[in-house]
Design a protein around this ligand. Structure first.
Ligand code: FES
Length: 106
């Protein structure tokens, strides 16, 4: 299990327990956390689940695959540390991770 903190663009924090094997997008949508829509249900086809990941956590995440790269390219607010949260699967290793949502995803 991973304790994940989602930070809205206004600074409001939501910390929840995400079971291993669940994506950070699924968990956020289930808990009604604002800023993550997950419109495509995790198919890597909408980019409404984009989050910014702090530098120190980037190395613990899987590499960006081609599909994710393509979708991120469509995101106006893409930064170097942008990831699609539907591609990030919770594990003990991600316990304590903090991700920030972009302003555009209200
Ligand atoms: Fe659609 Fe992540 S939920 S790309």
């Amino acid at each position: 299990m991973a304790k994940v903190t989602y930070i809205e663009d206004n600074g409001t924090e939501h910390t929840i327990d995400v079971p291993n094997g669940t994506t950070l997008m699924e968990a956020a949508v289930k808990q009604g956390i604002p800023g993550i829509d997950g419109d495509c249900g995790g198919a890597c086809a909408c980019a409404t689940c984009m989050v910014y990941v702090p530098e120190e956590w980037l190395g613990k995440l899987p590499e960006v695959e081609t599909m994710e790269e393509t979708m991120l390219d469509f995101c106006e607010r893409r930064e170097d540390n942008s990831r699609l949260s539907c591609q990030l699967v919770a594990s003990d290793e991600l316990d304590g991770i903090r991700v920030k949502m972009p302003e555009s995803q209200h």
